[in-house]
Every structure is written in structure tokens, then in C-alpha cells.
Design a binder for this molecule. Structure first.
Ligand code: SF4
Length: 360
């Protein structure tokens, strides 16, 4: 089947999802050139977001000791990954983390608390932190497990902008990754967030043994939910997790598949903030900058449980690729502002070092 990437971009620029059969064909990778697809996805991304990149920083405000059995998660009771669990941070500590994130150039501060869902005490702490972080000029997002509309409403009243709750995979594949809660439980939390007036951040994890059809299913579900923000994670092989061998459609992940998945998610959800999330450094390697054609957002300074590129490396990559960090929110420190004003990395003034070995 031959694919017309520019025809798909026309559909996306009109704000419509591409049809299921086209989304599926993009994952196969046959009948089109990857650079043409990136150009098409990049056109849609620029239509809605110009050349800006929203930079997010994650803060794991509580780690580990979770009674759920999500097989991909090192914080689950079933994981033997060598993590050090800790209790919910206090309000001052969360606010200090947010200040540091703001000072390194973050646009949004994303808090994640392990566990099935927040207790009343957890909500008190988180709501107080959200109020103070909002006063700093940072946008906020929280991931805290399952919750009902009353809890979502409390967070909304405290000033939370978005609730993150990932579907992670398709309805059909969900039982293969978790048994302690269901896909419908997750959908119910997302509906509660929506009813409370919160924005929805909802994404997926690629590489958990799903098929290409599963990926298309979850991308279409996100379009149905009108998710404003879609983090696309690529499974990191963490020893001790039950799901630790990144494979999709029975094949290992490679940079080309990662880019095709991001383009598919962009073209199914043209106006959504598509974020290249965990696994960007590991699975894309030298191809990382190309992810900015379909994606308009990323994390810096690592992920919940793993290290990632630093603020300087991330901002430098964005600038060198011809994009600009989004500056319309938050206070940028001089160091970061200077990097942005300077633009792409100038060539080193030093002359190249020649190899002076003897040719035999
Ligand atoms: S509920 Fe959240 S913290 Fe707990 S195991 Fe699942 S993903 Fe991990």
C-alpha cells in the first residue's frame, strides 16, 4: 500500500485524525520514505505549535511501595528493581524542587506520586504545593493514580492545570500488563478529571509486547478523549520489572520505529501536545533531534526512575535542530536565556585535530 504523507498532513492541518488504515500503515513503514513522513508530521506540528518546544521536568514526589502490579513499573510491589522507596515529600520540599525546575528552564512542573490513588492527607499536601507552585508562574501537572471527581475537583480548586493518567496501551493488551486495576478504571479517572475541568495528559508506553494494532487503538482512544497532552514513552529495559524486554509487534524497538510511532500519534492527534517521553535517549540515540518534527514537547533532566539528558544538553539539541524552547511562561534564568538568544551552537574556534599516525 502506498502512502501519501502530504495528503495525511493536509488532513492533520485541518484538525482531523487520519483514518485507522493509514495510521496502521505508517507503523509498517513500507510504501513511503521516513523523511517524507517526518516532513508531513512536522508540517502539522508547525501548524499548531510553530517551532516551539515545551520543556517539562518531572518530580517523583513519592517513590515505590505501590500495591499495584503494573508490569512495566519499578515502583510496583512485583518489581525487584533496586529502587529506594520514599514517602510523600513535604510541601516545602516539593516547592523547592519546582523552583529548581523553573530555574533550569522548565515550562511545566509534573509531579508524580506512586500508589493506587491519593489519600485525603496526600491531597492536602499536594494541593498546598500546587497553590505555591502556581504562584511562581509554572504550569502544573499531577500523576497520582486513580481518583474520583471529588478529588479531581479539589486539585482543580487548588489551581492544578492538568491531571496525568496514562492509558499506556490498548484495552485488548491491558490485562497483559496489569491485573490490579482495569483499563476502564483508568478511563473513569480521566472522565473525572474532565468533569472537574482539568486538562488531560494521557499517554502510552511503546514496547510492552503490544502489536501495531494495539498502538493504533490507543492513539485513536486518545483522539476520542481529546487529550490535550500525550506523553509517548518507549519502554526502558529495567532489570527486575516483569515487563522489561522492549518489543513491539514481536520486534525490538529501533529509531525508525520510534519516529514512525511519534508521527502516527501526531497525525491521529494533530492538535495535541505530543511529548517524546521516557526512552528518548535510549531508543533514538543519534536520531533524537528528528523526534522534534512530530513531537513539540519533551522532558529534560531525566524521568521518574531513570537518568536522561541534562537541561543544557536538551536545550542545545532543541536550538541546534532549529526549534526554540517555549518562553511564554515562567522565569528563565540568565544562563538559559543566554543559550536561547545565542541560538544554534557556533562552530568551535579551534582548528580540527588531525590524526598524525604513520601510514604503513
Ligand atoms: S499504579 Fe503507578 S506507581 Fe503503582 S505500579 Fe502502577 S504505574 Fe507504578
Amino acid at each position: 500500500m502506498s502512502i501519501d504523507p502530504q495528503g495525511l498532513a493536509d488532513t492533520g492541518c485541518a484538525g482531523q485524525s487520519i483514518p485507522r488504515h493509514d495510521a496502521r500503515a505508517l507503523l509498517d513503514g513500507a510504501g513511503f520514505d521516513l523523511m517524507d513522513l517526518l516532513g508531513a508530521a512536522g508540517r502539522v506540528r508547525r501548524h499548531f505549535f510553530d517551532n516551539t518546544v515545551s520543556i517539562h521536568v518531572l518530580d517523583n514526589v513519592r517513590s515505590g511501595a505501590c500495591p499495584e502490579d503494573c508490569g512495566y513499573c519499578g515502583q510496583s510491589k512485583d518489581s525487584t528493581a533496586p529502587l529506594k522507596p520514599y514517602k510523600l515529600k513535604n510541601v516545602d520540599r516539593i516547592v523547592a524542587d519546582a523552583r529548581a525546575a523553573r530555574d533550569s528552564g522548565a515550562f511545566r512542573f509534573c509531579m508524580a506520586a506512586s500508589g493506587r490513588g491519593p489519600s485525603a492527607t496526600d491531597l492536602n499536601v499536594i494541593c498546598q504545593a500546587v497553590e505555591r507552585i502556581k504562584a511562581m508562574g509554572l504550569r502544573t501537572c499531577l500523576s497520582a493514580g486513580l481518583m474520583d471527581e471529588a478529588a479531581a475537583q479539589r486539585l482543580k480548586d487548588a489551581g492544578l492545570d492538568r491531571l496525568n493518567h496514562n492509558l499506556n496501551t490498548s484495552r485488548a493488551h491491558y490485562p497483559a500488563i496489569c491485573s490490579t486495576h482495569t483499563y476502564d478504571d483508568r478511563l473513569a479517572t480521566l472522565r473525572a478529571a474532565r468533569a472537574a475541568g482539568l486538562g488531560i495528559c494521557c499517554g502510552l508506553i511503546v514496547g510492552m509486547g503490544e502489536t501495531y494494532d494495539d498502538l493504533v487503538d490507543v492513539a485513536l482512544e486518545l483522539a476520542e478523549l481529546k487529550a490535550e497532552s500525550i506523553p509517548v514513552n518507549f519502554l526502558l529495559p529495567i532489570e527486575g520489572n516483569p515487563v522489561a524486554n522492549p518489543k513491539c509487534d514481536s520486534k525490538p524497538l529501533d529509531p525508525s520505529l520510534v519516529l514512525r510511532v511519534l508521527c502516527m500519534v501526531r497525525l491521529v492527534n494533530p492538535a495535541a501536545e505530543v511529548r517524546i517521553a521516557a526512552g528518548r535517549e535510549h531508543h533514538l540515540r543519534s536520531m533524537q533531534p528528528l523526534a522534534l518534527w512530530p513531537a513539540n514537547s519533551l522532558f529534560m533532566d531525566g524521568y521518574l526512575l531513570s537518568e536522561g539528558d541534562t537541561a543544557e544538553q536538551t536545550i542545545r539539541m532543541i536550538l541546534d535542530a532549529g526549534f526554540v524552547p517555549r518562553l511564554d511562561e515562567g522565569t528563565w534564568p540568565d544562563r538559559v536565556r543566554k543559550m536561547i538568544e545565542q541560538g544554534p551552537t557556533p562552530a568551535s574556534p579551534q582548528t580540527a585535530t588531525l590524526k598524525l599516525g604513520v601510514i604503513r
